[in-house]
Write a protein of this length. Structure first.
Length: 401
C-alpha cells in the first residue's frame, strides 16, 4: 500500500486545484495519542468532496463525523480513517485528518495489520463490529472502542465470539445508539463500565415548527427517508397502500438510494406506480421541508436499521409531522405508542395499513402526535455526542494528549 500524492478517478487535477485541501500525507507532531477510525460503510473522500465542491451532504452522518474529528485533531498527534472505496488512496484533509481508502477486496486480516503497522495508532475506533480488527487491536496492544450502528441483536450471527471480544481488557468502550441497545449489550455480558449511549452532535433546532391539527388535504401524503430495500420495509409500505385502496388514497415520496428498480417493479405490479415517487438522494438540508410538507413520516423497517435512521427520527420530531414506525426495538424504545408516534408490527403490511387508516381517521390522535413531538425530541437528545464520547475516552486512556 503506497503512500503519496494521489488523485483518483472522477477528480481531475483542475478540479482539485480549486479545492481547499492539500492532497498529501504530511507529518504530524510526535508523541501523544494517535487515533484510527475504521468504517467501511462509506467512502469519506466522497463525503468530503461532495461537501467541499457542492456544500451538500447526503444522509448517514459521516460528514458530521468529519467535523467532530476536525475538532479533536488539535488535541491528538494524528487521526486517520480507514474506509472502503473503489480504489486505494491516501488523502490528508485540511483539518489534518488522514483518509485511507481501500477497495472491498482488500479488506482482510493482512490489510488491517499493514494499516496498523504504517499508522502506528494508540487508539482504534471500530464503527461497527469487525472481529478481525478487534483481534488485530489486541495483538498490537491498542485501546479499542467498538461503536455499534445497528441494534445489537443484528450481531447474533457472531455468537459469543463478539461478546468475548467486547469483554476483553483492551476494548475499553462499547457504544450503541440507544439506551435499550446498551441494556441488551449488558445483558449479553458486556461489562457495564464500558457501555455508553451515543448520538451525532445536533445543532439547535432551526425553528420550532407549529403543531399540525390534521392532514392538509384529502390524500394521505406519506414520506419515507432512508435506504431503499425490502429489509427497510419499503415494499411493506407500498403493499399497505394497496390494501388501503377504496378506503384512503395515499401518495408516497421515497427518498434515498438502494433497490429503486425492484421497488418500482413491485409498485407497478400492484398498479401503484402513479402514486409512488422515487426522489433518489436528497441533500440533508432539503429533508426538513419535505418532512414538514408530508402528512405522515413512515419508518417501516423490518431488520436493517442503522444510526442514520435515528437521525431521520430526530428530523421527524422537529417537523412535528406524525410518525408511523414499526415496532423494531431501536424505534420502539424511542417512541411512546399513541403519544409521540404510532407503532405497528414490523413486516406486516396489514398492520401498517391499519395504522395509516387509524391515523387519518382520528383527528384527535393526529393532533396529539404532532403536539407531543417535542417531548419525543427531548427524550431522544439525552445521548452523548459521538465526538465528546471519543474525546473523553481518549483523555481517560491517554491523559497527556
Amino acid at each position: 500500500m503506497s503512500e503519496g500524492n494521489l488523485i483518483g478517478p472522477g477528480h481531475s487535477a483542475d478540479a482539485l486545484a480549486g479545492s481547499r485541501e492539500i492532497v498529501t500525507l504530511g507529518v504530524r507532531r510526535a508523541g501523544g495519542a494517535r487515533l484510527l477510525l475504521v468504517d467501511p460503510s462509506a467512502d469519506y473522500r466522497d463525503v468530503h468532496y461532495r461537501r467541499d465542491f457542492s456544500g451538500l451532504e447526503l444522509g448517514s452522518g459521516r460528514g458530521q463525523m468529519l467535523d467532530e474529528l476536525a475538532c479533536l485533531a488539535p488535541t491528538l498527534t494524528d487521526i486517520a480513517i480507514l474506509c472502503q472505496s473503489n480504489w486505494s488512496y491516501r488523502l490528508r484533509l485540511p483539518s489534518g485528518v488522514l483518509l485511507i481508502g481501500e477497495p472491498r477486496g482488500n479488506w482482510h486480516g493482512h490489510m488491517a495489520e499493514q494499516v496498523i503497522a504504517q499508522f502506528s495508532p494508540t487508539h482504534m475506533v471500530l464503527q461497527g463490529e469487525f472481529t478481525q480488527m478487534l483481534a488485530a487491536g489486541a495483538r498490537h496492544g491498542l485501546a479499542v472502542a467498538c461503536v455499534l450502528d445497528e441494534w445489537p441483536q443484528h450481531y447474533h450471527r457472531l455468537g459469543r465470539r463478539l461478546e468475548h471480544r467486547l469483554s476483553e481488557d483492551h476494548v475499553s468502550l462499547v457504544a450503541n445508539s440507544t439506551a435499550a441497545g446498551v441494556a441488551l449489550l449488558e445483558a449479553q455480558g458486556v461489562p457495564a463500565h464500558k457501555l455508553v449511549t451515543w448520538t451525532y452532535r445536533h445543532a439547535a433546532p432551526r425553528q420550532v415548527c407549529p403543531r399540525k391539527a390534521g392532514p392538509a388535504g384529502v390524500e394521505a401524503r406519506l414520506l419515507f427517508v432512508g435506504d431503499i430495500s425490502f429489509e427497510t420495509g419499503v415494499a411493506d409500505l407500498i403493499r399497505a397502500m394497496w390494501l388501503l385502496e377504496g378506503r384512503l388514497t395515499c401518495r408516497l415520496d421515497v427518498v434515498g438510494t438502494g433497490q429503486i428498480a425492484q421497488m418500482k417493479q413491485f409498485a407497478t405490479r400492484l398498479g401503484l406506480l402513479r402514486h409512488v415517487r422515487f426522489k433518489g438522494a436528497v441533500a440533508n438540508g432539503e429533508i426538513a421541508a419535505m418532512m414538514r410538507g408530508a402528512d405522515a413520516i413512515v419508518l417501516p423497517h423490518r431488520s436493517v436499521l442503522r444510526q442514520s435512521c435515528v437521525l431521520t427520527l430526530r428530523e421527524a420530531f422537529l417537523s412535528r409531522t406524525p410518525i408511523l414506525a414499526s415496532d423494531h426495538p431501536l424505534l420502539a424504545c424511542q417512541l411512546v405508542n399513541g403519544e409521540t408516534g404510532l407503532l405497528f408490527q414490523a413486516g406486516r403490511p396489514g398492520a401498517l395499513s391499519e395504522a395509516i387508516d387509524r391515523l387519518f381517521s382520528d383527528q384527535l390522535l393526529y393532533a396529539r402526535l404532532s403536539r407531543n413531538a417535542m417531548d419525543g425530541l427531548s427524550c431522544h437528545d439525552r445521548s452523548v455526542a459521538w465526538g465528546d464520547m471519543l474525546g473523553a475516552w481518549i483523555q481517560r486512556d491517554w491523559p497527556s494528549c
